[in-house]
Design a protein around this ligand. Structure first.
Ligand code: ZN
Length: 60
């Protein structure tokens, strides 16, 4: 771990902000969000522990 230039190689983050869940979990290369599943499935990746935010209570 002494090569200086190697330090720059993993600075680029693979994730960008997901427009659905707002987390930085959207994978640029795979075009889906690893958090909510945006882009991977039409259904929202919702579990009981996060469904409050997405599927449940909050409705407009
Ligand atoms: Zn997301």
């Amino acid at each position: 771990m002494s090569t200086k230039s190697m330090g720059l190689h993993n600075r680029k983050q693979p994730h960008v902000m997901c427009r659905r869940c707002g987390k930085e979990s959207y994978l640029k290369r795979k075009h889906y969000c690893s958090h909510c599943g945006y882009g991977r499935t039409a259904k929202i990746r919702a579990y009981s522990w996060l469904s409050k935010d997405i599927n449940g209570v909050r409705r407009r």
